[in-house]
Ligand binder design. Sequence first.
Ligand code: E4P
Length: 214
Amino acid sequence: MKFFIDTAIVDEIREVHELGLLAGVTTNPSLIAKSGRVFEEVLKEIVSFVEGPVSAEVISREAQGMIEEGEKLAQIAPNITIKVPMTLEGLKAVHHFAKKGIKTNVTLIFSANQALMAARSGATFVSPFIGRLDDIGHDGMQLIQQVAEIYTIHDIKTEIIAASVRHPVHVTQAALAGAHIATVPYKVLKQIVQHPLTDQGIEKFEADWKKANQ
Ligand code: E4P
């Protein structure tokens, strides 16, 4: 499973990029709003150093509007991936983008059937939202398992992005469930790195080293 970061804060992306493990970036309108910056400017800055897919979401409800927005965004850089909501209009836009060779990420996926349809319309990626399903008492991880199994049985090449990740356990479970990618918030990426036994171990090694007058 690969790591994407789910943020529009460029400093966070830069920091994780330095770790050498960053395979892509996802943004959404809420994350862009939180950054307080102009959408296109943020995207241009991200693609100046991120080589992997960078998801940029359209706002229109109608396919034609999504196509216009998406084609404009796709001109920013070849690695811009157009994030489209899982609706009938969204699928029409996905089909259009697929024909033009523009990558898409179908977002707000909450059922296996939605993921199957999105793939058949030509989605490059699908984003099942784990955390939002957990929030309403459903099992988000079961959805990842189902989609992974269906895609394997039917030899579907669309990649599964485990989205709406809330904590490190989600990341382990998504990897085991067969997600190709997890898009992880900065805070959770930092939580994954930290472990109290790692910190204690470093302190003990340092103390022993000093005691031995090395
Ligand atoms: C995915 O691409 C979305 O940007 C994101 O994971 C949504 O997460 P949330 O449910 O925490 O808003």
